[in-house]
Write a protein that binds this ligand. Structure first.
Ligand code: IPE
Ligand code: IPE
Ligand code: MG
Length: 255
């Protein structure tokens, strides 16, 4: 087993990790509780994931919180989720700011209440100049929406005579996609056992490593995150490393 220092030198950690936070409902149902209590328990897992990403020195962490398809859920569940989103923005943003974390919300925010849109804009403005981890929360996000809005922008440029259709390259579309200014997503983690993308980052995941775990989102903690990062390092660089080594690395950096 290489020492942490050697491992650190040899290996390449991911710079940008994206997570589909799935399994809140099942976590609650297994305990005979309402689904919303699973979403509440999921907030703690979000905190732990952000803390770990920060300690690991990631450039960016992108979390799927609410998909464009999640509006199909029962009315009570949607309003509970919106309430939770507002409450968490209120209670966590200052802490993120103190830790030099830049918060961004990606998705079609026009569908949210004016109150929530204001909270989002304030949180983004407060943390905009922070230079540590960039935390992206995908809310009312859909990968197809993202590609469509980028295509619409190009259409506008064409209509304005600023771009010829024949000159359109992948790069033109790429710069109008969400997350374009960040490091590419290296690793996608999905909790909850399903092995699908559910219309998350379709364009941005082109070369990402995919890691699926049966762990339900409220149970997600440093151990699962470490295992996923270890799997990434092993697949990418073929240096067998363990989750324990990733945790040791984080501890070493803390010290
Ligand atoms: C993910 O958990 C959270 C959201 C989609 C908001 P789910 O609510 O999808 O949980 P399961 O998949 O039903 O267990
Ligand atoms: C994906 O989970 C969306 C989020 C985690 C926010 P879902 O539970 O909504 O996805 P499906 O329905 O299993 O595809
Ligand atoms: Mg689900």
């Amino acid at each position: 087993m290489p020492t942490t220092a050697a491992f650190n030198e040899l290996s390449q950690l991911p710079r940008h990790v994206a997570i589909i936070m799935d399994g809140n409902g099942r976590w609650a149902e297994q305990r005979g509780k309402f689904r919303v209590s699973g979403h509440k328990a999921g907030v703690k897992a979000v905190r732990e994931a952000v803390t770990f990403a920060y300690k690991l020195g990631l450039d960016a962490l992108t979390l799927f919180a609410f998909s464009s398809e999640n509006w199909r859920r029962p009315e009570e569940e949607i309003s509970a989720l919106m309430g939770l989103f507002i409450a968490v923005l209120g209670s966590e943003v200052r802490k993120l700011h103190r830790n030099n974390i830049r918060l961004r919300i990606i998705g079609e925010r026009g569908a949210f209440s004016d109150h929530l849109q204001r909270k989002i804009a304030d949180a983004e403005a407060l943390t905009a100049a922070n230079t540590g981890l960039t935390l992206n929360i995908a809310a009312n996000y859909g990968g197809r929406w993202d590609i469509t809005q980028a295509a619409r922008r190009l259409g506008e440029l064409v209509a304005a005579g600023e771009l010829a259709p024949a000159d359109i390259t992948e790069q033109h579309l790429d710069v109008h996609m969400q997350l374009a200014d960040l490091a590419p997503v290296d690793l996608l983690i999905r909790t909850g056992g399903e092995q699908r993308i559910s219309n998350f980052l379709l364009w941005q995941l082109a070369y990402a490593e995919l890691y699926f775990t049966p762990v339900l989102w409220p149970d997600f903690a440093e151990d699962t995150f470490s295992e996923a990062v270890a799997a990434f390092v092993e697949r990418e660089r073929r240096f067998g490393c363990t989750g324990a080594q990733i945790r040791a690395l984080v501890t070493e950096r803390e010290g």
